[in-house]
Design a protein around this ligand. Structure first.
Ligand code: PLP
Length: 336
């Protein structure tokens, strides 16, 4: 094939690729099909990141001037640069959550009755697992309850499922069940699944066609994106079966921490690959603990003067996990 259409068609030497902007990359197409199958949806769409997946989904589901209902600690609200306001023109209405789960009755009350003065509700967004709550899971029942409430009012539901497969593993359910009632879901290849880059949006074909237009608008149409899709496919094949190991490592560290003085940790939040805890000590702040851990060649990041989140993943072995436990006992074992 002599392709003179554009210099965007150039091929890397070792991969089955094509121009994904026009749907010609076989590896991307395969990834999208595998992702859709894993989540029981009609179609998938590769996007650059979780953030892009969320904004593209919400652009495709809503109109500017509508309202987005989401939990007050949602990633979309805290960490996506206000894109839903700036790019999708959505008015954000946050509700409190219990381990990341909003009360369905409060969601229903927040879906204002259509009338002249009120912004109509354009979408409800859920987050599973819930990052700021410490990697907690939304159950199938809860998700279905929220979807029923929203759908009763003609409002679609988007799931920010950056780590949806972790939720499925922890809950012991098929990921399809977790998103069955939702209109759209985004999951990340580059988080617990360990691929270098990319996320996938899944939903009905019509929704994905609209999402494809918004992805293009945001500059997320990539050409020979098979080089990104390939590691994504490998991640889905190889990493899904071992996600439970990360949860085990997180549990091990959490149980160690919970026994140390001046550590506040709610073990009920330790459901997947994260450990969220607070230090309530006279002798040490969270950033200072991170500095001490660095001396053990352990990198951790404080979220505030008191809070730290540790995230377990493929590259942390069980042996590393034990080393972390030793370091935590040595740094926090004495004092208060
Ligand atoms: C729940 C959740 N949603 C979305 C994102 C955004 O993903 P990305 O960093 O790929 O934009 C993250 C990132 O940590 C996340 O935890």
């Amino acid at each position: 094939m002599i392709d003179l259409r554009s210099d965007t068609k150039t091929m890397p030497t070792e991969a089955k690729v094509g121009d994904d902007v026009v749907g010609e990359d076989p590896t991307v197409n395969e990834l999208e099909a595998v992702a859709a199958e894993l989540l029981g949806k009609e179609a998938g769409l590769l996007v650059t990141s979780g953030t892009q997946g969320n904004i593209v989904s919400l652009l495709a589901l809503t109109r500017p001037g509508q309202k987005l209902i989401l939990e007050q600690d949602a990633h979309i609200f805290h960490y996506e640069r206000g894109g839903v306001a700036r790019l999708a023109g959505l008015l954000v209405h946050t509700l409190p959550g219990h381990y990341g789960a909003m009360n369905p009755e409060e969601v229903e009350a927040a879906i204002w009755r259509e009338e002249l003065h009120r912004a109509p509700t354009g979408a409800v967004a859920l987050e599973n697992t819930h990052n700021r709550a410490g990697g907690t899971c939304l159950s199938v029942e809860h998700t279905n309850d929220i979807c029923q409430v929203a759908h009763r009012h003609g409002v679609p539901v988007h799931i920010d499922g950056a780590r949806i497969f972790d939720a499925a593993v922890a809950l012991g359910v098929d990921a399809r069940e977790l998103v069955a009632e939702a209109d759209s879901v985004t999951f990340c290849l580059s988080k617990s699944l360990g691929a270098p880059v990319g996320s996938v949006i899944c939903g009905e074909e019509g929704f994905i066609a609209r999402a494809r237009e918004y992805r293009k608008m945001l500059g997320g149409g990539m050409r020979q994106a098979g080089i990104i899709a390939k590691p994504g496919l490998i991640a889905l094949e190889q990493e899904l079966p071992r996600l439970h190991e990360d949860h085990k490592k997180a549990r091990r560290i959490a149980e160690t921490l919970a026994e140390l003085p001046g550590v506040r940790l709610d073990l009920a939040t330790v459901q997947t690959n994260m450990v969220l805890f607070e230090l309530q000590r006279e002798d040490m702040t969270a950033p200072q603990l991170c500095e001490q851990l660095a001396e053990y060649k352990i990198r951790a990041k404080a979220r505030s003067e008191v809070q730290i989140r540790l995230v377990l993943h493929r590259d942390i072995s069980f042996r590393d996990t034990e080393q972390v436990c030793v370091a935590l006992r040595e740094t926090l074992g004495a004092g208060s």
